[in-house]
Write a protein that binds this ligand. Structure first.
Ligand SMILES: [Zn+2]
Length: 410
């Protein structure tokens, strides 16, 4: 079997990824001083954050490590094939999905104790408001959704590889890319309602003000949606999802309830920044190219093994390994894009004082990590840290001649 075509495709897709990522990512917006949490956070706030993370991180890190170790340990050892053979059914297209479900269940079972402990810590600190019923329901929904996706990937890849031994990967790469586009487009209407109820922000001055802000920004927004996040959490947040006709701006009901209107306005201005820059669309495009690239890599790594469904566990292990290795790049790009949305909100509102106050309040309310270790920052941080965001607000104020007093030791 010729290696030339998939090698050329891999190089072309990698080049396309590099071009799209480098051209759509805002690498530099403004010079920032070294962020310093002690400028804006009191000793008590810093101590509470440290204590929370000291209690939470052992559990959450253990869960993360276990969720990697289980699929990797099984997939990269003979155990994966043994489990496959143990499912004693004749048709591979029955066995492979069952194995996916079994492995997912096993991973969920192994991480259950550490996840329960992590949830208990977030409850102790008042961040989580959900009962165990909803907690288990969310867990089951997540498990089901990822099982559906992984079964579709497994069945699709093996079926194509068995049908077209030479060119399966080209068809699979295109299908993968198209599926990423479709899922990202349909996500707000297909997946989000499984977790939350959404209602339009009630008519009134605040709604008018926010829609005016969108108009002023040149971003067409038909509606502002409020998610019933308070059934799970006390954290304050907002987001934009979908693109084209499914694009929506969502704010948490917790934000609406707990944050002053000037800060809600800033959060919405940040989300409008995502919409104005088409961040979801660019992210989806990068995801689509990434999916195609991943398929071609599978072809180069697994070669003819891809037509053997007994490699199901190995395939899953490669998917887990690939997404883990991609996380630092995704987070790096995400942090830059989030910084640009912050910058956008400052420009739109011209309100650096409330921006700094909001970043401070959000991070106190959410007990965000103020100064994560290097590896955590690279592996998990998809937003700049609160001190980095505050430093941006202050740098913007300096650049535009406004004065932002530090919040220190209020
Ligand atoms: Zn954002």
């Amino acid at each position: 079997m010729s290696e030339r075509a998939p090698r050329i495709a891999a190089v072309l897709l990698a080049a396309a990824l590099v071009v799209v990522i480098t051209t759509t990512t805002p690498w530099h917006l403004i010079d920032l001083p070294k962020p310093d949490a002690t400028l804006d956070f009191t000793a008590a706030e810093i101590a509470r954050q440290n204590q929370f993370r000291h209690e939470l991180l052992p559990w959450s890190t253990a869960s993360w490590a276990l969720s990697l170790l289980v699929p990797l340990g099984i997939g990269f050892s003979p155990l994966g094939r043994r489990l496959y053979d143990a499912i004693n059914l004749r048709r591979w297209y029955y066995v492979a999905p069952i194995l996916v479900v079994v492995l997912g269940f096993l991973a969920s079972l192994v991480t259950l104790p550490t996840d329960v402990m992590a949830e208990r810590v977030t409850r102790k600190y008042g961040l989580s408001t959900e009962d165990w019923g909803l907690w288990f329901q969310d867990r089951a929904t997540n498990w089901l959704l990822s099982a559906i996706v992984l079964i579709a990937i497994t069945l699709g890849l093996f079926a194509l590889a068995r049908r077209w031994r030479t060119w399966w990967w080209a068809t699979a790469a295109i299908t993968g890319a198209v599926l990423v586009l479709a899922i990202s487009f349909a996500y707000p209407v297909l997946v989000e309602p499984r977790f939350n109820d959404f209602t339009s922000l009630a008519p009134g001055p605040q709604r008018e003000q926010l829609l005016d802000l969108a108009k002023q920004d040149g971003v067409p927004v038909k509606d502002v949606l409020v998610a019933d996040a308070s059934k799970r959490t006390t954290t304050l947040n907002a987001y934009v999802s979908g693109f084209g006709s499914t694009r929506r701006l969502v704010i948490y009901d917790t934000l609406l309830k707990d944050a002053p209107p000037a800060q809600v306005r800033l959060v919405v201005a940040h989300e409008l920044g995502h919409a104005a820059e088409d961040d979801v669309l660019h992210g989806t495009l990068i995801g689509a190219l990434g999916a195609a690239f991943a398929v071609v890599l599978l072809r180069l790594i697994l070669r003819s093994k891809m037509s053997d469904p007994r490699q199901t566990a190995l395939l899953l292990a490669l998917i887990v390994a690939g997404s883990t290795l991609a996380a630092p790049v995704q987070n790096l790009v995400s942090r830059k894009i989030e910084a640009r949305a912050d910058y956008h909100s400052l420009r739109l509102t011209n309100d650096p004082a409330d921006f700094v106050a909001m970043q401070h309040q959000l991070s106190v309310a959410n007990i965000s990590g103020l100064d994560p270790s290097r590896w955590r920052y690279w592996m998990f941080a998809n937003h700049p840290t609160p001190p980095e965001r505050i430093a941006m607000g202050r740098a913007w104020a300096t650049e535009h001649g406004s004065v932002v007093p530090p919040l220190v030791r209020r």
